[in-house]
Write a new protein. Structure first.
Length: 173
């Protein structure tokens, strides 16, 4: 699997800034789209497409940096302190799970990595909710989130896989 390599430190910073900006734009636009079902906390997680794309085409550390920047800046834009805890826990757990899955599958089945990421994202959020509400009963909500995460993760995973497939390999002259 060919990974993107940078010509210079400046090129790396600009590339990561560009990917962070794309993820933030997707995050911001998605926040404006009303969810057609009344399930609290449900969203597609479209900015995860950028994370999956980066895990396939860039170094893991670069994907991790973009993920952290997107979470921190997205939480600042949303203006909710508690959303930072939920996003960090979910994002970091999803990143770890997707990284492990893509490593074990040798980068194949990006679509399934999207499902794995969505499930683990919800596990991270449930853990934060259990701590925040000081109630283990919140964990029952994971049953609802599990089915939703399979559907949303499948969508984002397929989108990421197609993006990787149809985006030309980045080459330097």
């Amino acid at each position: 699997m060919q990974r993107f390599s940078f010509k210079s430190k400046t090129h790396r910073i600009c590339s990561l800034a560009l990917m962070t900006t794309i993820a933030l734009i997707i995050f911001t636009v998605e926040a404006q789209i009303p969810v057609p079902v009344a399930i609290p906390g449900l969203k597609l997680g479209l900015s995860n497409v950028v994370t999956l794309f980066m895990l396939r085409r860039f170094q893991r550390k670069d994907a991790f940096i973009v993920l952290l920047c997107r979470i921190l800046l997205g939480s600042m834009f949303a203006g909710q302190v508690m959303s930072l805890a939920y996003s960090l826990a979910g994002g970091l757990l999803a990143f770890a799970a997707m990284t492990v899955f893509l490593t074990l599958s040798k980068g194949e089945n990006v679509w399934f990595a999207g499902v794995v990421g969505a499930i683990f994202h919800n596990i991270g959020q449930i853990i934060v909710a259990i701590i925040a509400f000081d109630s283990k009963y919140v964990a029952y909500y994971f049953i609802v989130l599990f089915f939703c995460s399979v559907i949303t993760g499948l969508f984002t995973g397929i989108t990421a896989q197609l993006t990787v497939k149809y985006t030309p390999k980045l080459k330097h002259k």
